[in-house]
Design a binder for this molecule. Structure first.
Ligand code: NAD
Length: 442
């Protein structure tokens, strides 16, 4: 089958690579000319395990094409995926300009029947807007060409995106008529037993409900961790205690220094805005966001308290910049809140991340108070303390003697609860984690 994907970011590129790998011919369209040129040269713009060889082999086999030419893209595929960004607008609601622009582009160039599948995360009702936009352009062109609009929200996780796309838990398909159903089964035929059909509005809401549920679990656990800390309890014990209940489960109940990434923060905000637009006060989701914003300040609060409000001129080692392991994505990362707070307080950051250093440089440029180093050990040299923001595997079993001898003050602030407090006490390192009984009252 010939398929076109608009928007070659985390979602679009992974989707295109997986579709081409199972034998479909895929045309990838993006407005970012540098990105497209790089992709043609084999330079993959994001770090995602397994993605580079998948893209490369299918590009070499001629099953995946890259272009900035939207007209060619529209002509190419019977199915047109929309996978562009839906960033937060100024008020937090989802900005649909990119999605609607692609709808307009498809309508401008289409000369035959198309199935338009929206993979971007969009508020309930967007399917209707996409339909209306296409119909309007076709009518202005005086063309009576049939088209179908389908919602197919994406549930991949960055860091495991290829695997999630190859072996999804479920494929949600929202459609308001069953006419396109047989054509739709084809791009997904390898996983037809995982397909869940529903109406478009329910599919759109399913995506937000999933992300908001996961964000709620995290914020709930962070709330518990803050209480555990003040009550002298260990949240890691509590986590094990509650996770063993199969109604609760172990997933997404890890306490930490807040969730980030391109999805949870914006999707929680967007659903709050959707609720407002229908006159509903989403008290729970607002709290999820408030708890998360507070949690992202947690490590800075610890540092400030420990160093008695005197951070100016100090240097802090940071391990981990990406919002989670196995990605270079720093969108809404907790590390950014920490670094920006440290800079405002006059401190210097000496940081290491296995994959996100380039991204950090791209975001913050060159500045005297940001030193990016090539190893986790180098980040410690003459630093006043170590702060851990991301739970990369490589940080789980460090040489604690080396940490102790490299730091000016033997203290670790662990935003991801990687170490045992007992082990830290034995090694003579002052250790502050999240909700583990030892509290600096902030
Ligand atoms: P991204 O920012 O990585 O990529 C979006 C791409 O769209 C960019 O390359 C941009 O240049 C391109 N683009 C913008 N306008 C275009 C146009 N008119 N024509 C062609 N290309 C255009 O975004 P992403 O992280 O892949 O997210 C895309 C959507 O999927 C969002 O709605 C997001 O919420 C959702 N989503 C993301 C993830 C994730 O983990 N990143 C997971 C599930 C769902």
């Amino acid at each position: 089958m010939k398929v076109t994907v608009f928007g070659i970011g985390y979602v679009g590129l992974v989707q295109a690579a997986v579709l081409s790998d199972v034998g479909h011919e895929v045309c990838c369209v993006d407005i970012d000319a540098d990105k497209i040129e790089n992709l043609k040269k084999g330079i993959i713009p994001i770090y995602e395990p397994g993605l580079t060889p998948l893209v490369q082999s299918n590009y070499d086999a001629g099953r995946i094409h890259f272009t900035t030419n939207a007209e060619q893209g529209v002509a190419f595929g019977e199915v047109q995926f929309i996978a562009v960004g839906t960033p937060p607008d100024e008020d937090g609601s989802a900005d649909l300009q990119y999605v609607l622009k692609v709808a307009e582009t498809i309508a401008t160039y289409m000369t035959s029947e198309k199935i338009v599948i929206d993979k971007s995360t969009v508020p309930v009702g967007t399917g209707d807007k996409v339909k209306a936009r296409i119909a309007k352009v076709l009518s202005a062109r005086k063309q009576d060409i049939s088209f179908h609009v389908v919602s197919n929200p994406e549930f991949l996780k960055e860091g495991a995106a290829v695997n999630d796309c190859l072996r999804p838990d479920r494929i949600v398909i929202g459609m308001d008529s069953s006419e396109a159903e047989s054509s739709l089964r084809e791009p997904f035929n390898r996983n037809h037993d995982r397909m869940i059909f529903m109406d478009i509005r329910s599919a759109e809401l399913t995506k937000y409900a999933a992300n908001c549920m996961l964000a709620t679990k995290i914020s709930f656990m962070n709330e518990m961790s803050n209480m555990a800390e003040k009550l002298g309890a260990d949240i890691e014990m509590v986590r094990k205690g509650i996770g063993s209940d199969e109604r609760i489960g172990y997933h997404f109940i890890y306490p930490g220094c807040g969730y980030g990434g391109s999805c949870f923060p914006k999707d929680v905000q967007a659903l709050v805005k959707t609720a407002e637009s229908i006159g509903y006060d989403s008290a729970l989701l607002k709290s999820v966001e408030t708890v998360n914003a507070r949690q992202k300040q947690k490590l800075f609060g610890y540092l400030n308290e420990y160093f008695a409000d005197d951070l100016a001129g100090k240097t802090f080692a940071i391990w981990g910049l990406s919002f989670k392991p196995k990605t270079d994505d720093m969108r809404e990362a907790s590390s950014r809140v920490l670094m920006e707070s440290l800079w405002a307080a006059g401190a210097t950051v000496q940081a290491y991340d296995p994959e996100a250093m380039e991204e950090c440089q791209r975001i913050y440029g060159t500045r005297d108070d940001l030193v990016l180093v090539g190893t986790k050990e180098a980040a410690l040299k003459k630093a006043d303390a170590l702060v851990i923001c991301t739970e990369w595997q490589n940080f789980r079993a460090p040489d604690f003697e080396m940490i102790k001898s490299s730091l000016r003050h033997p203290v670790i602030f662990d935003g991801r609860n990687l170490y045992s407090p007992q082990r830290m006490a034995d090694s003579g390192i002052d250790y502050y984690a999240i909700g583990r009984g030892k509290s600096i009252h902030i």
